[in-house]
Design a protein around this ligand. Structure first.
Ligand code: 4NP
Length: 161
């Protein structure tokens, strides 16, 4: 059974699809595509069915040479069972996810993405939607750091178990 990761933000058009595509890029490079699967979702329904934001794709291509694939969907309660780790981009996403698990049985699966950063000290991935180009570039930098740490965490802690 592959290990399954779900990245979650508000709209599922900027931060979480970037995290999903960056993580897939690192997983491919590590030859672990059969072992780890990635998906992403938004806590809101605002952009269901939409592709990643063009400004976000531009930043991903400029900084990493990757294209962002995906179609926005909303986080649903079934995701708690379906995924091994759920990675929230900010505190609001984190709280909104936990609010859908009132008994707390899946609490241990839910993490803040920046927990896995080693080069950056920010505790959240800031929402870039209403800001300028620099915000989108910062999202990519933070997510590369966090995804590298996350891959190391999974290969050390989880795939060995
Ligand atoms: P995301 O960014 O949560 O990183 O996908 C946003 C996308 C859309 C909105 C807010 C944040 N919005 O308000 O429509």
């Amino acid at each position: 059974m592959p290990y399954k990761l779900l990245f979650v933000c508000l709209g599922n058009i900027c931060r979480s699809p970037s995290a999903e595509n960056i993580m897939n890029h690192l997983i491919d490079r590590a030859g672990l595509s059969d072992c780890i699967l990635c998906d992403s979702a938004g806590t809101s329904s605002y952009h269901i069915g939409s592709p990643p934001d063009r400004r976000m794709s531009t930043a991903a291509t400029a900084k990493l040479g990757i294209k962002l694939r995906g179609q926005a969907r909303q986080f649903q309660k079934l995701d708690f069972q379906d995924f091994d780790m759920i990675l929230a981009m900010d505190q609001e996403n984190y709280q909104n996810i936990l609010a859908l698990d009132p008994t707390g049985q899946y609490h241990d699966k839910v993490y803040l993405m920046c927990k896995f950063c080693s080069q950056h000290t920010l505790k959240e991935v800031p929402d870039p939607y209403y800001g300028g180009v620099e915000g989108f570039n910062q999202v990519i930098d933070l997510l590369v750091d966090a995804c590298e740490g996350l891959l190391e965490y999974i290969t050390n802690q989880q795939l060995k178990a």
